[in-house]
Ligand binder design. Structure first.
Ligand code: SAM
Length: 237
């Protein structure tokens, strides 16, 4: 829904606000305006959000909305929206509802016909993909893959000939295993990009054939947050 540009928020609207994934300079001025002007902030972690709000001098109260209370809170927050409050939804980092809490609340708003306004900004998957050099014309984002090795291997086998780029999130303690599984299942020539600590001090892109990228995951290169990108079969850098 288009907005009156003179007012950052409108009554009864849910704002889905993206926040930085590392570099605080990436918080948009529109995100700041919304986070200062709304009635309530639904936050994945009120302590973390509190630090961001202090930085931008927002005095708006925050209410927790996380994976353990999402179901009930979605109803409660939708009731508040119906009563005319303006609410901003934020997660710890990046875009809410993208491998983060948010989907249930947004769906509830859509069910009730309540307006939902995106306030776009960082998301690790698009940030990584845009600077990877791997094909961006089409991609499948799969979020976090299953923690069990067998399920991840099955996923790789099933998508070995997928014609578009694959994008996944992976935690630091499994990244070396996952990289080795890619070599094993898709072969050492498959082009991959491991994007680490995006927008932060130790931002690193490991790009190239999986067989030469996987062995680079040692020591400091194992720490931090990762986006894993796998090019389609046959792609050459
Ligand atoms: N909603 C977020 C978004 O829009 O990107 C994603 C949240 S998800 C719980 C967290 C995962 O995103 C991390 O485990 C990592 O895989 C990826 N991620 C988040 N920030 C990142 C960063 N600065 N560098 C690399 N990966 C990041």
């Amino acid at each position: 829904m288009a907005e009156d540009e003179s007012r950052p928020v409108a009554a009864g609207h849910l704002y889905v606000v993206a926040t930085p994934i590392g570099n605080l300079g990436d918080l948009s001025s529109r995100a700041c305006e919304v986070l200062c002007a709304c009635d309530l902030i639904a936050s994945e972690d009120t302590r973390k959000t509190g630090q961001l709000l202090a930085r931008i001098e927002s005095r708006v109260p925050a209410l927790s909305y996380h994976e353990h209370n999402e179901k009930e809170r979605a109803q409660e927050l939708a009731d508040k929206l119906e009563a005319g409050q303006s609410i901003a939804l934020v997660s710890d980092a990046g875009t809410p509802a993208i491998s983060d809490p948010g989907f249930r609340l947004v769906r509830e708003c859509r069910r009730r016909g309540l307006p939902v306004v995106p306030v776009p900004g960082p998301s690790a998957l698009v940030t990584a993909l845009s600077a990877s050099g791997l094909p961006t014309n089409g991609f499948l984002y799969v979020g976090f893959l299953a923690p069990k090795s067998a399920a991840r291997k099955r996923f790789l086998q099933e998508h070995a000939d997928f014609p578009y780029t694959l994008v996944a999130y992976e935690s630091s303690h499994r990244i070396d295993k996952f990289a080795a599984e890619i070599v094993e299942q898709l072969g050492p020539e498959r082009i991959v990009c491991l994007a680490r600590e995006l927008t932060k001090l130790h931002e690193t892109f490991l790009v190239g054939p999986a067989g030469s990228v996987a062995p680079q995951l040692k020591g400091n290169n194992l720490k931090g947050e990762f986006v894993v990108i796998i090019a389609p079969k046959g792609f050459e850098l």
